[in-house]
Design a protein around this ligand. Structure first.
Ligand SMILES: *[C@@H]1O[C@H](CO)[C@@H](O)[C@H](O)[C@H]1NC(C)=O
Length: 270
């Protein structure tokens, strides 16, 4: 059941410790090369003073007042309002070093009017064959709709959906104007299977859904723990995925190598 994770993970093995940790929990996910995932681009403008002000408003209407009016007297000018209520998804930039596409997210940080509204939206632009590598949103369910091209997707919910050893990946294909849902906390990915670009709109039921890339963050843990988690593989090569997958232990594994040695436990016999 971890195959799909591994495919992404394998690309990351070579530089496992090199990933930048996410500097904030915001929703911009990363596409697709493993070398760039995990980085969240800085928002285009610094909204922190505005956000501090919005967060301290005693009521929702006072928050909107602080954002959209001149001291609660009257609405700001049309030009000023436009900057606050229109989010521009154009010119999405790939993360540094990324290939295969780009995403752009409207969330409470990049679009402060979303504060306390429980919603955000990401547009994803996948080049031919581009992949949004497996990731989790810790605080939101996602509804994704394809608006250009086509997308293959898959998700794994959590432990216990099917009997251990059976396939747990719910996978499918979306054509233009078809959508699917990725339940909160599920590991999921999107791939453009076509030679033409694909675009999707993903709306999430949190203004701050967060994103955690699975392979990049697993391989960001210390190497002894990664080794034990993977079942001490002799090698991790693309051609060995099927056999490598079988060496991965269940959720409670034997433990890290140094401890096994200290306690005289032979993994081959345990
Ligand atoms: C992982 O564990 C195996 C088995 O003990 C060991 O041979 C190998 O060197 C370990 N790999 C790393 C990166 O520590």
């Amino acid at each position: 059941m971890i195959t799909k994770v591994l495919i992404g993970a394998l690309a990351a093995v070579g530089s496992a410790q090199a990933y930048p940790q996410q500097s904030s929990g915001f929703a911009t996910s990363v596409i697709p090369s493993a070398t760039a995932t995990g980085a969240t681009p800085a928002p285009t403008q610094d909204n922190s003073a505005l956000l501090r002000d919005l967060f301290t408003a005693p009521t929702a209407i006072k928050r909107f007042q602080r954002l959209l009016t001149a001291a609660g007297e009257k609405l700001l000018s049309a030009e000023e309002l436009k900057k606050l209520v229109v989010f521009d998804f154009n010119n999405a930039q790939p993360n540094p070093g990324a290939k295969g596409g780009a995403t752009k997210s409207a969330n409470i940080e990049t679009f402060p009017i979303l504060t306390d509204l429980g919603i955000s939206t990401t547009l994803g632009f996948l080049d031919a064959c581009g992949m949004n590598t497996p990731h989790i949103h810790p605080r939101a369910t996602e509804f994704l709709t394809v608006v250009e091209g086509q997308i293959d997707f898959g998700f794994i919910l959590e432990n216990g959906l099917v009997k251990a050893g059976n396939n747990a990946e719910v996978a499918g294909h979306l054509d233009k104007f078809q959508g699917t849902v990725f339940p909160m906390g599920s590991i999921h990915y999107q791939v453009n299977p076509d030679c033409k670009p694909a675009t999707f709109v993903a709306t999430l039921n949190s203004g701050d859904p967060g994103t955690s890339q699975v392979a990049q963050n697993l391989f960001g843990l210390n190497k002894d723990v990664v080794n034990a988690t993977l079942g001490f593989p002799a090698s991790v090569a693309g051609k060995d995925i099927e056999s490598f997958r079988k060496t991965i232990p269940a959720n409670i594994a034997l433990g890290i190598d140094a401890c096994l040695k200290k306690c005289g436990i032979d993994p081959a016999k345990a």
